[in-house]
Design a protein around this ligand. Structure first.
Ligand SMILES: [Zn+2]
Length: 491
């Protein structure tokens, strides 16, 4: 959106929020104090598959309704393209190199100060509900949550995380929690992570047929990541079918969100709450030749939806500023009226934008093992990508391939035409920005040493039986090497 109202609208938000909250707002204890805060992250969610962005299908009627009461950010981006590193950045306001949780087996360092820790110390009740393995306790993103339920995050260990359907497990847990705390005096910081849009795209009926057009050509989308059926050679009609199943997963998730929003309204937790909905990253549908995520930092992998409903709908509209998910850390703390001296790398979205040339950064530093197919072993993929967006210019650096890619995102929003050779001076300036940001991240991260997540013997045995652990002797230890083939947890 380019209506130019973004910065002004946010200033109005701050003013109205302050006026409202200081003026007295009713009977419940929260209404005269800091707001309740709800932070929802949805897995692998592309904005261009949502109807309140540019999605052509009605995938998100409940989010569409929320958007009408919210500020919708048009140009919001994740810091990376996979789950663990992204969530750790949301929680800490630090880019991955600074918080250190950059490996598939990383356990976030206890020394990283998270939103839940700071809010808890400031008097908030903190509760988290996780689906999807990377939000399980072993990765330590639960630090600071008094109540943290990850029972829906580990079901995949007995089956295969990619085809788990977790919302039906999550829903009664969340409902039980929210209906039993109605008269709590403390404000609430509530986090939930919704896993189901992750591949395999196998939505339950009726969502499996809801978006299958007559000209789509159904193909088998099970075992999606290792599938040799779904590859870059599929036809347009087959790709339409694949995307129809992804859209069905989104609608299935949105269906639950409708019930969740109704619950908040029933519990009196709607009008005075700050509600934030975003995604941990996007998803590729062969836009640059690949599928899934955690392989690149192109726009389809990092552009995310972001909407914020302010208490009393103090402001609604569209905001076209360039923002990053590291901005949620200072935004939430400011909304909670907490002054914190914890260092971070974000900018509060409640502030007017003092830096029109603001840069946001991207990084992907990981080693993953992708299953090649049944009985075919693993393919090792090491990733090192660095990126920056400044204004409409985006630079990506991939040192291993000596790749330098510059995109003019206004003229080329899908990042197809590399113009690096046409503007070497700009490439140089943006490269220097990346270098300076990396030095800053290294400084911030000097005290953060992510360790390896513990897997208990039972988990290891299950993984081995499923073929997720490779032949290396690491499986004999409860601390398997981070460099050993293990199941990709799907993120
Ligand atoms: Zn993810």
């Amino acid at each position: 959106m380019k209506n130019g109202c973004g910065r002004l609208s946010i200033l109005i938000v701050v003013f109205l929020c302050m006026t409202f909250c200081l003026g007295g707002c009713g009977a419940s204890p929260q209404e005269n104090g800091p707001p309740n805060i709800f932070l929802l992250t949805i897995e692998s969610l592309r904005p261009d598959h949502l109807s309140f962005y540019t999605g052509p299908r009605p995938t998100s009627p409940n989010l569409d309704s929320l958007a009408k009461e919210s500020v919708v950010f048009e140009d919001a981006h994740s810091v990376t393209s996979w789950t663990l590193a992204s969530h750790a950045s949301i929680f800490s306001g630090l880019y991955p190199s600074a918080h250190g949780a950059v490996g598939a087996r990383s356990r976030l360092d206890d020394g990283v100060m998270t939103l839940a820790e700071i809010l808890s110390k400031a008097g908030y009740e903190t509760a988290g509900f996780a689906t999807g393995p990377y939000l399980g306790r072993r990765h330590n993103l639960n630090q600071g949550f008094e109540h943290y339920d990850d029972s829906a995050a580990t079901v995949g260990l007995s089956g295969g995380a990619h085809d788990d359907v977790t919302t039906p497990i999550l829903e009664p847990l969340v409902t039980q929690f929210l209906t039993s705390r109605r008269d709590e005096p403390a404000p609430l910081f509530f986090f939930a992570y919704l896993w189901d849009p992750h591949y395999d795209y196998i939505p339950p009926p009726p969502f499996d047929t809801m978006f299958v057009d007559s000209d789509a050509d159904p193909i088998d989308v099970t075992r999606y990541e290792s599938s040799l059926i779904v590859d870059a050679g599929i036809s347009e009609a087959e790709l339409r079918y694949v995307e129809s199943q992804y859209d069905g997963e989104i609608r299935f998730t949105d269906d639950y969100l409708g019930r969740f929003f109704d619950l908040l309204k029933e519990q009196g937790l709607w009008d005075n709450s700050l509600i934030i909905v975003t995604a941990d990253h996007g998803e590729e549908f062969f836009d640059h030749g690949q599928k899934g995520h955690k392989r690149t930092l192109y726009v389809e992998s990092v552009h995310v939806p972001l909407l914020i409903k302010f208490p009393q709908r103090a402001q609604v509209g569209r905001d076209d500023r360039l923002v990053s998910l590291v901005d949620l850390f200072p935004t939430i703390l400011e909304a909670a009226r907490i002054k914190s001296d914890v260092e971070h790398q974000g900018t509060s979205l409640l502030q007017s934008d003092p830096k029109p040339d603001r840069s946001i950064f991207f990084e992907l530093l990981s080693t993953f093992y992708h299953r090649m197919g049944e009985g075919q072993g693993f393919k090792k993929e090491e990733q090192e990508w660095w990126g920056v967006r400044q204004g409409d210019d985006k630079l990506l650096l991939v040192p291993a391939d000596q790749r330098v890619e510059l995109y003019r995102t206004r003229q080329d929003p899908t990042e197809q035409l590399n113009v690096a050779i046409e503007d070497t001076e700009l490439v140089g300036r943006l490269s220097e920005k990346i270098a300076a940001w990396r030095r800053e991240s290294a400084r911030l991260g000097r005290n953060h040493q992510a360790t390896e997540a513990e897997l208990d013997p039972e988990q290891l045995e299950r993984l081995r039986a499923l073929g997720y652990l490779g032949p290396e002797p690491a499986a004999t230890s409860s601390k398997a090497s981070a460099d050993s083939p293990t199941r990709d947890e799907g993120g």
